[in-house]
Design a protein around this ligand. Structure first.
Ligand SMILES: CCCCCCCCCCCCCCCC(=O)SCCNC(=O)CCNC(=O)[C@H](O)C(C)(C)COP(=O)(O)OP(=O)(O)OC[C@H]1O[C@@H](n2cnc3c(N)ncnc32)[C@H](O)[C@@H]1OP(=O)(O)O
Length: 129
């Protein structure tokens, strides 16, 4: 956690912590080779997270039902076995690439899809490496 992530003096902002959890959870969809967006993100803030500390994030898929991907994430302080500071339960919903073309900036999506580096990065994840 850097000073730019601060909310109250010396402590990480909850929205930044939720973003970190969302990003970690979103990475799981690459493992599933699925394009999905966050439909629901329920976050518990259990301990304050000091600026300057390292948050150890871990996430797992708990269930898949049709287009729905349920997952959970924890952020721990002091190490991977440290006390839980934040946790989240999420529902991601699988979408077609059209979701981004229709609602976002289509030209940037097309550039990303034609960028071999982007594709390499997306495929760099392995299931249970
Ligand atoms: C190689 C290069 C490629 C480049 C190209 C790809 C780009 C790859 C970018 C990835 C990027 C990731 C980014 C990080 C994660 C974000 O930050 S995503 C951004 C934040 N999230 C959003 O903007 C999502 C906005 N919401 C939506 O667009 C729509 O509500 C959704 C989520 C797509 C669902 O809409 P829908 O497709 O019409 O589906 P819908 O039938 O409403 O729901 C499907 C099911 O989910 C359930 N559901 C939906 N929402 C909820 C909810 N909130 N609570 C409970 N249940 C729900 C429904 O009840 C339904 O259940 P069933 O009836 O099937 O049992």
């Amino acid at each position: 956690m850097r000073p730019a992530h601060q909310g109250a003096p010396g402590l990480a902002h909850g929205g930044v912590l939720a973003t970190a959890l969302d990003e970690t959870l979103g990475s799981l969809n690459w493992l599933l080779r699925t394009i999905a967006v966050t439909g629901r993100l329920e976050t518990d803030f259990r301990r304050p997270v000091p600026v300057g500390s390292v948050l150890h994030l871990e996430a797992e898929v708990t269930a898949v039902a049709g287009r729905k991907i349920y997952s959970t994430a924890t952020g721990r302080l002091g190490g991977p076995e440290g006390p839980v500071a934040v946790r989240a339960d999420a529902l991601f919903v699988e979408v077609k690439v059209d979701h981004f073309i229709d609602n976002g900036r289509p030209e940037e999506i097309r550039v990303a899809m034609n960028d071999p580096d982007q594709i390499r990065r997306a495929r760099a994840f392995e299931v249970n490496p």
